[in-house]
Unconditional design. Structure first.
Length: 201
């Protein structure tokens, strides 16, 4: 597979994400360049699954650049709420990206269904690699846990304050970032991606 020694477009406009992925790719002599740097627009996320959204973002960047492209999509899934917020995780926080709005909506919707006690949830992350010949390889990671109210912990982002991973008694926002980053959905998806690169480059 023709990536080694070449460029890989990271289909993200988030500089932090691109730097992090770049560091991860350094053992493979792959140079990460961001879609933003190349002037590639962000497509609308019209998919109804993480895989669909990750694949459409990866394909969009590959077609715009003619280079292999990597995209990710992630979110929080609450099976008792029919999988919500799921692919709409970012959108539930509204235009102001205020996650307290999303937390209240989760609390309200669980109460409306008379659901109390331990509520199972998981974070999912799909990474999709689209090659210039159009072939796509997708890798999925997941971390299981429970929804915890009231929100707690000052670290992390997004839904971290209301998610306690199985085997721990603090939320993602209450734990050391290194621990979160070693057990997260993103870490598991990346492990699979890296093992694919080890076998295929
Ligand atoms: P994406 O950027 O389209 O993948 O949207 C991901 C959204 O899912 C983010 O805005 C967060 O709301 C949520 N999310 C994904 N991963 C995490 C995480 O590790 N902690 C907290 N929230 C997350």
């Amino acid at each position: 597979m023709k990536i080694a020694g070449g460029k890989l477009v990271i289909a993200s406009h988030n500089a932090g994400k691109v730097r992090e992925i770049g560091a991860l790719l350094s053992p493979f002599a792959i140079q990460a360049v961001s879609a933003g740097e190349l002037g590639i627009s962000e497509p609308e996320e019209t998919g109804t699954t993480f895989v669909e959204n990750a694949e459409l973002k990866a394909r969009h960047s590959m077609e715009a650049s003619n280079l292999p492209a990597l995209a990710d999509d992630s979110g929080l899934v609450i099976p008792a709420l029919g999988g919500d917020p799921g692919v709409y995780s970012a959108r539930w926080a509204g235009a102001g990206k205020d996650f307290s709005v999303a937390f209240s909506r989760i609390e309200r919707e669980l109460a409306a269904k008379n659901i109390s006690g331990k509520v199972a949830a998981y974070f999912a992350c799909v990474l999709s690699l689209c090659l210039p010949d159009g072939k796509i390889h997708s890798f999925e990671g997941r971390v299981d846990g429970t929804i915890t109210f009231p929100p707690s912990g000052g670290a992390g982002f997004g839904y971290d304050p209301i998610f306690t991973p199985d085997g721990y008694d603090v939320t993602f926002a209450g734990m050391d970032a290194n621990i979160k980053n070693s057990i997260s959905h993103r870490a598991h998806a990346f492990e699979q991606f890296v093992s694919f690169l080890e076998k295929n480059t």
